[in-house]
Design a protein around this ligand. Sequence first.
Ligand SMILES: Nc1nc2c(ncn2[C@@H]2O[C@H](COP(=O)(O)OP(=O)(O)OP(=O)(O)O)[C@@H](O)[C@H]2O)c(=O)[nH]1
Ligand SMILES: [Mg+2]
Ligand SMILES: [Zn+2]
Length: 291
Amino acid sequence: MVLVGRIIKGIGGFYYVSTEHGTIECRARGKFRISNIIPIVGDYVDVESQNLKDGFIVNIHDRKNQLVRPPVSNVDQAIITFSIVSPDLNRLQLDKMIILTEVNEINPIICINKVDLVNEDEYMPIYNTYKKLGYEVITTSKYDNIGIDKLKTILKGKTSFFTGPSGVGKSSLINCIHGHERQEIGDLSEKLNRGKHTTRNVELIPIDGGYVLDTPGFTSLNLDIDEKNLKRFYKDFQVFESECRFNSCLHINEPDCGVKSAIANGLIDRTRYANYISLYNELKANRRRRY
Ligand SMILES: Nc1nc2c(ncn2[C@@H]2O[C@H](COP(=O)(O)OP(=O)(O)OP(=O)(O)O)[C@@H](O)[C@H]2O)c(=O)[nH]1
Ligand SMILES: [Mg+2]
Ligand SMILES: [Zn+2]
């Protein structure tokens, strides 16, 4: 018989497909390799199975979206997880991660974790900055049990993936939500000293009508857009663009720039702008390297 299911895990050529009759261990039919489509975690697939234990993937449904790193499809939202300390917040990485999800048309949700380690006046400015930009921001802590219920509500019925630097507590949050130690968590000093990521497998974990994907913390992020388009991802700049002399203004060296005067007047967050310039230069350098 043929059933519809979703790939929740892939290991060594085997795909584990969750169906209404349980999880079926599948191999892919050769034709996928020929047409260059490789099944990935998150795919909705048709499975042919005689015994409901093992079978073959015979068709992959169209993907709503698809990420390269980690390889996963049909994602609704990204839980971009950061801490203020341990490890220290890197605003450039945060902005980059937000843009990366928006490029892939995935809704970003910013999660400031480990708030037990800092005072309110240390995390509220970040909270407010991103809230004002229109993003959903939550604060969490596994030790003080802060924000866990809120996070559960956000995850309900959706496919979400956790992303963020190594050691910020992504796996810990998933364990909290799950109510038991499902994911291995790691010691921060070990991660920093040996560059060791605790989480390695790409796997969808069922949660309250939805799925979460734990991912290993990133060390570098590969953003692949034209630097001239970068400004499109800065809603906070766009409000002032009508005051730029040139339509094509990139808000860098141009005269009579509305964005730069907004910064001078304290109307745009300076760190955001400084990181915009860094990112702009990085994208430009990457493009030059490619040609
Ligand atoms: N103080 C504090 N520590 C936390 C919190 N959440 C996690 N930690 C600790 O942070 C360390 C790293 O946690 P993990 O959950 O392994 O971090 P991760 O983001 O999954 O790391 P990778 O899998 O390497 O990307 C562990 O020692 C956790 O106990 C928190 O809310 N507060
Ligand atoms: Mg982890
Ligand atoms: Zn400008």
